[in-house]
Ligand binder design. Structure first.
Ligand code: SAH
Length: 192
């Protein structure tokens, strides 16, 4: 995990104004009021995804592309979705310049990418009030999904008997802006 993160040049994903802070363990400002996640939180997410290499992974909230680059370093085949077209374009440029092959799509990531499902792992970088049902539905059996629910980072595993959830850490993320009804899985079992 640390090896993978060492290989990603974080400065390639940080706007010029913040570049001198690129190796601080902190979230940094992107344009459009968004942020590039704190490296520690990226590590926490990737670890909870339990990637062995070769998995198909959905990254929701591309932002700078940094999280997507770390996922590629872990051997994943990554498709990433960003709501803001300008950020998606910037992330495409960042990823290509650093040599990462990631498909970046513009759209509502809460809807997932049905035509590429199922995913062995899904990473969500923006906070929702609940688990968007389409994301859970696009998980492979035994697939892992990590997302912030309000201010809790939560790992969800899809099992034959339904979702199994685990609290990881308190976190702060920008909001997931989506058009779904504010309703999670009926029996998601998440802590209140
Ligand atoms: N993973 C990013 C973190 C970016 S912050 C990185 O490593 O830099 C979260 C991103 O989620 C923002 O860019 C925001 O625009 C995006 N976002 C918010 N709601 C979204 C949605 N419904 N679908 C896709 N992207 C969304």
């Amino acid at each position: 995990m640390l090896e993978a993160m060492r290989r990603v040049p974080r400065e390639a994903f940080v706007p010029a104004a913040a570049r001198r802070h690129a190796y601080a363990d902190a979230a940094l400002a992107l344009s459009h009021g968004q942020t590039i996640s704190q490296p520690y939180v990226v590590a926490l997410i990737c670890q909870a995804l339990e990637l062995q290499g070769g998995e198909r992974v959905l990254d929701v909230g591309t932002g700078s592309g940094y999280q997507a680059a770390v996922l590629v370093e872990l051997g994943s085949d990554v498709v990433s979705v960003e709501r803001i077209p300008e950020l998606a374009e910037e992330a495409r440029r960042n990823l290509a310049a650093a040599g990462y092959d990631v498909e970046v799509r513009v759209g509502d990531g809460a809807l997932g990418v049905p035509e590429r499902a199922p995913f062995e792992a899904i990473a969500v970088a923006a906070s929702a009030a609940n688990l968007p049902a389409p994301l859970y539905d696009q998980l492979a059996e035994n697939g892992r999904l990590v997302l912030p629910i309000d201010e809790s980072l939560v790992a969800v595993t899809r099992t034959a008997s339904g979702p199994r959830t685990r609290f990881l850490s308190p976190v702060r993320f920008v909001p997931l802006v989506h058009g779904l009804p504010d309703r999670g899985l009926p029996d998601h079992g998440l802590p209140d």
